[in-house]
Design a binder for this molecule. Structure first.
Ligand SMILES: [Zn+2]
Length: 506
């Protein structure tokens, strides 16, 4: 709900409504120390809504990115193809300075080329699964016993030669509780407006954290190699056959030894193998997993493009999302959704031939899943840009429609976004929430002192099933929600680009 002072800060309603005289008086003559009034261009907003809601290209963009290009693991051929396709689309809409820009050295690329799994005993059954990222291959098709290592990978040495040649299970089984709990799909209003209990920020920087994770992974890899295991079988950690996983980031380093083959299987089947082995019932597994490490180009790339501004062309409003994904499906909700919303926002602005005062730049990042590399390194590479970027807007919380935006603890952002987003109440955009959200590319901007924001989205079709999983596919995209998001993003970027002042820094 608007705060009590909102009557003073509402946008002029010159197109959609007639303004009562009293309200019009309240809108003029701002008093010093009060919230400044945003000039919200309702003509442009009305056109953006019409183009974005009635002539959307979201479905077609979504279809090509997910069904044709597919998974976009950073450094993989899919990622390269996505960089090229997004650049070609941006060019076709008339954006300028479209580039596929290396952000630096990422390391080895990786892709899975074959997988066949079968449990042979105590009875024959298929073992659907997927290779964990940046792990190795079996020597053709192997047949090996399943072997339970209790106490995790650190205790594997205790088993001596008994684990040699086995497919080891190093994690305990995991319950898959019945789905009686109803999960929120749309965010109820009261929770959109509830005060946020802010989690403390990350105590260590990204680089330190990533080095720590990679060290741990490399240590685990060396223990498994020393034990001479044939491979690792891991459970997906989620129910109903969903395969969800990550990867071994330490093996992106081209000098690192190749980790043992590691496959992620359905949690229920993992639990079954575990129960059988620990009950003395031998389990034999037939496995063929073939992965390719790619070393011809160790760089990774972002796709960028501009709608050139008019009188403030050397200042920027940036919008962005990460284009890379995990390889377990095709990254539809994480983050094909954000990618196509940002692309569509640019298409809408260009199609309507709107001329923003500042340059609006789209950035489609890579390396996000492995540590927000693409955006962080782009900022490092372009220190001259930091003072010129008014604000950065990000979308990376799935496929749900936009319900608001986080102020990222910048109090001055609240009245600006409240006024700009106000015309989208009827589309469900309700709140500018005080608080930080983390874990994606706007953090790179925030950390560099540039106002960086991430939209709040409905949780529909995201974390429960699709996030980083084999279900992250086109069918789970909420296309109408993405149309709404593209309209909101296009309008927000346009309004910010037309402000007299740069976006206030914290
Ligand atoms: Zn993401």
């Amino acid at each position: 709900m608007p705060r009590s002072s909102a009557i003073r800060v509402r946008p002029r309603l010159r197109v959609l409504f007639a303004i009562p005289l009293v309200a019009a008086l309240a809108l003029s003559a701002p008093v010093s120390g009060q919230i400044a009034q945003e000039r919200v261009d309702l003509d442009a907003i009305s056109r953006i809504r019409q183009e974005g809601l009635e002539h959307s290209q979201i479905p077609e963009l979504a279809r090509h990115l997910t069904d044709v290009i597919g998974p976009r693991l950073t450094g993989s051929p899919g990622m390269k193809e996505a960089n090229e396709w997004t650049a070609a689309m941006l060019r076709s809409w008339g954006l300028t300075d479209v580039t596929i820009e290396p952000w630096g050295r990422f390391g080895r690329g990786w892709e899975n080329v074959a997988y066949e799994g079968r449990i042979l005993t105590p009875y024959s059954q298929v073992m659907p699964g997927q290779a964990s990222g940046w792990t190795g291959s079996t020597k053709g098709t192997i047949t090996a016993p399943a072997f339970v290592v209790e106490g995790g990978v650190d205790s594997i040495a205790r088993y001596g030669i008994t684990a040699r040649g086995a497919l080891v299970l190093v994690a305990p089984p995991r319950a898959t509780p019945a789905e009686f709990k109803e999960y929120e799909r749309r965010t109820p209003l009261d929770s959109l407006f509830a005060p946020v209990r802010q989690r403390p920020g990350m105590q260590i920087g990204w680089d330190t954290l990533l080095v720590k994770i990679q060290k741990q992974q490399a240590h685990g890899d060396s223990l498994l190699r020393a034990a001479g295991v044939a491979g690792v079988i891991a459970g997906s950690g989620t129910a109903y056959g969903t395969i969800r996983g990550g990867g071994d980031w330490s093996a992106t380093n081209p000098d690192a030894p190749i980790p043992v083959p590691t496959v992620i299987i359905q949690q229920e089947q993992y639990n079954q193998i575990y129960r059988n082995v620990t009950s003395g019932v031998p389990v034999a597994i037939q496995l063929n997993v073939q992965n390719k490490f790619l070393t011809s180009d160790l760089n990774a790339y972002n796709t960028l493009g501009d709608i050139r501004g008019t009188d403030k062309a050397d200042e920027y409003v940036m919008i962005g999302a990460h284009l890379d994904s995990w390889h377990y499906a095709n990254g539809a909700t994480d983050n094909g959704a954000g990618t196509i919303v940002m692309m569509e926002a640019m298409r809408i602005l260009k199609t309507l031939d709107l001329h923003p005062r500042r340059t609006i730049r789209i950035a489609l990042w890579s390396g996000e899943e492995e540590g927000i590399y693409g955006s962080r390194n782009w900022i490092r590479k372009h220190p001259e840009m930091a003072p010129k970027i008014s604000a950065y807007l990000n979308l990376d919380n799935g496929t749900g429609k936009v319900r608001g935006i986080w102020d990222q603890s910048n109090e001055k952002a609240v009245p600006i976004f409240e006024q700009i987003l106000w015309p989208f109440r009827d589309l469900g955009v309700m709140t500018v929430r005080r608080g930080n959200t983390g874990s994606t590319d706007h953090v790179s901007f925030d950390d560099a002192g540039i106002p960086g924001f991430n939209f709040i989205q409905d949780p529909i079709e995201y974390s429960l099933r699709t996030h980083h999983s084999s279900n992250d596919v086109y069918d789970h995209l909420m296309l109408d929600d993405l149309k709404q998001a593209a309209v909101v993003v296009a309008a927000t970027a346009y309004e910010l680009a037309n402000r007299d002042e740069m976006f206030p820094r914290k």
